[in-house]
Ligand binder design. Structure first.
Ligand code: AVI
Length: 322
């Protein structure tokens, strides 16, 4: 029997209600702050892929160059483990790893995990056409829903690239890393991409690209509310705003309402008014210092096997062992 190419690990009971409730909570919180996981519907995932191709968004290219240089060594250290990638998107960077795995022999199994079904089927189709010898099974779910499956995949390497962990708060990140460590078996690996603290101008340019793709990405969250929750938000009244906060070492991304907007979300039937000039935070993107983050990860159940960086020291790839 053929393995299905995409499986659903767990499904929110009602994804629409999950989105709606989260929006209401976010609009009523102080400061107003929405959950960034809802940025990635089909439209948002496609826009994020476009962000990764913008010249100012150095993260993707820099991480890919580290993977290109070190995938063989990573494979030597991990052995022929299965690869499970969290938030795979279009999974182009993973090519370097799959190449190294195929070259060093054994069956290569790759499990991309993503909330967006569209992004996932594109990733699976792409990998199958570029690497017919790799066995690919896409898993559609939120990251945490994949944890219960990990023990049965051991030996496994869990890849979490692109500094996506930077979109978590410090508390969320610690909880995430601890549960991942608890779900993996001793000897399994965690490959983690981290964007490092750097000059403010470089960081702010990356989140304010000239072509305005990041602005479209931010606005899409509100367009999604219009599409799915019957909101009537005037998207022309929303400006994208992103700046670096050196005190917290993170880029904060917000939507600024240039005109007052009143709209209703159905479900759950709540009316919301956002005043002129108000900000609604849509994301944080934390930037890391190796001297601080490595001990923190070690305190959460991993040991750092290798730390790879690019020559400019902009980005790091950590190979951690459970
Ligand atoms: C997915 N994540 C790592 C991106 C980042 O850089 O924080 C999301 C993003 N938002 C705006 N540009 C990129």
């Amino acid at each position: 029997r053929r393995t299905p190419s995409i499986v659903q690990a767990a499904q929110a009971r009602d994804p629409l209600l999950d989105f709606a409730r989260s929006c209401v909570r976010g609009f009523y919180s102080d400061p107003r702050s929405l959950e960034s996981r809802f940025l990635y519907d089909a439209e948002g995932s496609a826009l994020f892929e476009e962000i990764t191709r913008q010249p100012e968004y150095y993260l993707t290219g820099t991480e890919a160059s580290i993977l290109a240089a070190h995938s063989q060594e990573i494979r030597e250290l991990t052995g022929p483990s299965r690869i499970l990638e969290l938030g795979s998107g279009s999974a182009l960077k993973t090519d370097h790893m799959l190449k190294a795995w195929l070259e060093q022999g054994g069956t290569t199994r790759y499990y991309p995990v993503d909330v967006s079904a569209a992004a996932l089927s594109a990733a699976c189709a792409g990998i199958r056409s570029r690497f017919p010898a790799v066995k690919v099974v896409g898993v559609q779910c939120q990251y945490r829903d994949v944890f219960p499956l990990l023990a049965q995949l051991s030996p496994v390497l869990v890849a979490f690239l692109g500094s996506s962990i930077g979109n978590f708060s410090p508390e969320e990140m610690r909880a995430f890393v601890r549960s991942l460590a608890a779900a993996l078996c001793p000897g399994d690996f965690f490959l983690l991409g981290l964007d490092l603290v750097k000059e403010r101008a470089l960081l702010e340019a990356a989140y304010n690209d000239q072509a305005g793709v990041t602005a479209r990405f931010t606005r899409n969250l509100f367009a999604r509310m219009n599409r799915e929750l019957g909101a009537t938000i005037d998207l022309d009244a929303i400006e994208h705003a992103a700046w670096y906060r050196p005190d917290q070492e993170l880029v904060e991304v917000s939507a600024r309402f240039t005109r007052e907007q009143t709209f209703r979300l159905t479900p759950p039937g709540k009316t919301i008014t956002i005043g002129q000039g108000e900000l609604v935070r849509t994301e944080i993107s934390r930037k890391f210092r190796l001297e601080r983050v490595v001990p923190e990860l070690e305190g959460c159940g991993f040991s750092a096997e290798r730390v790879f960086t690019d020559e400019r020291g902009w980005f790091a790839l950590l190979l951690l062992r459970r």
